[in-house]
Design a protein around this ligand. Structure first.
Ligand code: BGC
Length: 491
C-alpha cells in the first residue's frame, strides 16, 4: 500500500502556539500531589545556567569528534563541499529512509525559484525494520521501481537515473556515495548491516531487478536539509532535523577537521558539511539532566545506552517519557485516582502528536486534553485537576526538548562564531513543524546564551523537504564534482 503520488506543497511556518498553564492555578487535591508536581517542575526545567553548561560540554564534544573517529559526537565528514547559489538545475530521484515512512521523490530543479517535487510515501512494516537487511533494501528498490512506473518516468536507453539516497542513520562516509553503517537508531535493527555499505546493498538490489538507477550520493537528512535550505537561502549555515530522530549538520572549515586526511579530495574547497550525529551526545551521562523516566525509556529501548540526547528531544520518544511520568503519578495515587486505562498501560501509546494538541489546548476546561484522555486513550473519566497536571507534564517534557535543542544549536553557533553574522538555519521534521512554540523556545534559549543580537542575526526557518530536495542537490554536486555539469537524463 502506498499513498497516491502527491506534489509536495510548500510548507508554512508553524502556527499553533503553546497555551502555558500556570502551576499556581492548579487546584491540587492534596499537599502530596502539589509537592510531587513541584518536584517534576524542578527536575525537568533546564535553567539558563544548565543550558550554557550543556552548550560548553557540547563544544568540547565537537572538538573531540573533529580530531578522531570513534568519539561520542561522530562529526562525520559528508564529502559535500562547495556551496549552492540557487541556479542549479536538473531532474533527480531521491529515496528517503529514516523517518516514519519510506519516500520516493522526483525533484526538478529549474535553476530559479523553488524546486518542483512529487513524492510517494510507503509504510515500513516492523518486520522490515527489525528483520533481515537484504529484505529491507529489496523493498526499497521495489518501491523505486513502482514509482518510476507510476510517474511514467522513462529512461533513455543506455543511461541511468541519478538517485540521491537519504539514509538517515549514522554512517561513516568514505566518499560521496560510499560509507559504513555505524549503528542503527530510531527503532531499526535490521540484521547484517552494521559495518556494511548501504549504497552497495541498494545498488545491488537495483541491479538484480534491472532498474536503471545509479546511487549517486549517500546523504544524511541533516546534510540534505542544509543543502535544500541553502538552495533558497544561500546564507544557510546549519541544517537540523527535529522529527522522529534529531541531529544537525553545519559547514566546517576543512583545516579544523583534524581527522580529515583524504588528500585525493578537491583541494580547492576549504569547507565541508559535517554530519554531527548529535543525538548521541553525552553517552557518558556527564551533563544531561536525565530523570528516572528517561532512564526507564532508555533501558526498554532497542538501543539502550545509545542516542541519549535524541531520546530527550526527538518525536519518537517524547510521548513515551510523558507516559512514564504519568504512570508514576498514577502508581503513587496522585493522578486519575490511581486508575489507569488499559491503553495508557501499553508502551508507546501516548503519541507525541497528542502532546502538540494538549500544548495548544486553551479552553478553560481543557477540552482537547479531555478528548485525548477519554476518547483516544479510553479513560472512563478525568477531572479538571487530572487534566491540568497532564498538561503541565506535557509542557515540561516538550519545553525541555526545545531547550536541549537550543543548547546543541548554540554549541554550533559558538564554535563557528556563526551567531555574530547574518545566517539561516533550516530545520525540518514533524516535531519542529507541528509542536507548538518549539521555534520560539529554541530562539529564547539562544538569546539566553548570546543576547538579543542573535535574534536579529540568526533566522530559523522550516526547511523545504531537506530529505528529498537535499538528496537531489547532493547527487547534483556529486556529478559536478566528478564529471563537470550534468545533463538531465530523466524525460
Ligand atoms: C540518526 C541521524 C539522523 C537523525 C534524524 C538519528 O537517529 O542517527 O543520522 O540525522 O536521526 O533523522
Amino acid at each position: 500500500m502506498s499513498e497516491a503520488s502527491t506534489p509536495i506543497a510548500s510548507k508554512s511556518v508553524p502556527k499553533a502556539q503553546r497555551h502555558r498553564i500556570d502551576p499556581a492555578t492548579i487546584e491540587y487535591t492534596s499537599e502530596k500531589q502539589k509537592n510531587a508536581v513541584q518536584a517534576l517542575i524542578d527536575e525537568f526545567t533546564v535553567s539558563a545556567d544548565l543550558l550554557k553548561a550543556i552548550k560548553d560540554n557540547f563544544i568540547k564534544g565537537m572538538n573531540k569528534g573533529l580530531e578522531r573517529d570513534g568519539e561520542t559526537l561522530a562529526m562525520i565528514p559528508s564529502h559535500v563541499m562547495g556551496r549552492l547559489d540557487g541556479t542549479e538545475s536538473g531532474s533527480y530521484l531521491a529515496l528517503d529512509i529514516g523517518g516514519t515512512n519510506l519516500r520516493v521523490v522526483s525533484v526538478h530543479l529549474s535553476g530559479h525559484g523553488p524546486p518542483v517535487t512529487y513524492q510517494t510515501k510507503y509504510p515500513i512494516e516492523e518486520r522490515l525494520k527489525t528483520g533481515d537487511a537484504k529484505a529491507l533494501f529489496d523493498y526499497m528498490a521495489d518501491k523505486v521501481g513502482s514509482f518510476l512506473d507510476e510517474q511514467k518516468i522513462k529512461v533513455s536507453p543506455g543511461t541511468q537515473i541519478e538517485l540521491g539516497f537519504t539514509f538517515s542513520f549514522p554512517v561513516l562516509q568514505t566518499s560521496i556515495n560510499r560509507g559504513k553503517l555505524i549503528k542503527w537508531t530510531k527503532g531499526f535493527s535490521a540484521s547484517g548491516m552494521v559495518g556494511k555499505d548501504p549504497v552497495a546493498y541498494l545498488q545491488d538490489a537495483f541491479t538484480r531487478r534491472h532498474i536503471p538507477v545509479r546511487v549517486a550520493a549517500l546523504v544524511n537528512d541533516t546534510v540534505g536539509t542544509l543543502l535544500a535550505h541553502a538552495y533558497e537561502h544561500p546564507d544557510t549555515a546549519m541544517g537540523v532535523i527535529l522529527g522522529t530522530g534529531c541531529n544537525g549538520a553545519y559547514i566546517e572549515r576543512i583545516n579544523k577537521i583534524k581527522k580529515w586526511k583524504d588528500a585525493k579530495e578537491d583541494v580547492a574547497a576549504d569547507e565541508m558539511i559535517i554530519n554531527m550525529e548529535f543525538g548521541a551526545f553525552d553517552k557518558e551521562r556527564a551533563i544531561l539532566p536525565l530523570t528516572m523516566f528517561d532512564n526507564k525509556l532508555d533501558r526498554k529501548s532497542v538501543n539502550p545506552n545509545s542516542q541519549i540526547l535524541e531520546k530527550m528531544i526527538a518525536g519518537m520518544y517524547l510521548g513515551e517519557i510523558t507516559r512514564n511520568v504519568l504512570l508514576n503519578l498514577v502508581d503513587r495515587r496522585l493522578l486519575f485516582q490511581g486508575q489507569i486505562s488499559a491503553d495508557l498501560n501499553q508502551m508507546w501509546t501516548f503519541e507525541t502528536a497528542y502532546m502538540s494538541a494538549i500544548e495548544a489546548d486553551a479552553s478553560p476546561t481543557l477540552h482537547a486534553t479531555r478528548k485525548i484522555l477519554e476518547s483516544t486513550l479510553n479513560f472512563q473519566s478525568t477531572d479538571k485537576v487530572d487534566r491540568q497536571i497532564v498538561k503541565l507534564v506535557v509542557e515540561l517534557v516538550g519545553r525541555r526538548a526545545a531547550r536541549l535543542s537550543a543548547a546543541a544549536i548554540a554549541g554550533v553557533l559558538e564554535h563557528t562564531e556563526g551567531w555574530k553574522k547574518k545566517a539561516s538555519i533550516g530545520i525540518d521534521g514533524s516535531l519542529f513543524e507541528y509542536y507548538p512554540s518549539f521555534d520560539t523556545d529554541i530562539m529564547d534559549g539562544l538569546v539566553e546564551v548570546f543576547g538579543e543580537t542573535v535574534r536579529t542575526n540568526i533566522s530559523i526557518g522550516l526547511a523545504q523537504d531537506g530529505s528529498g530536495v537535499g538528496a537531489a542537490l547532493c547527487a547534483l554536486l556529486a556529478a559536478k564534482h566528478a564529471n563537470g555539469p550534468l545533463t538531465p537524463n530523466v524525460v
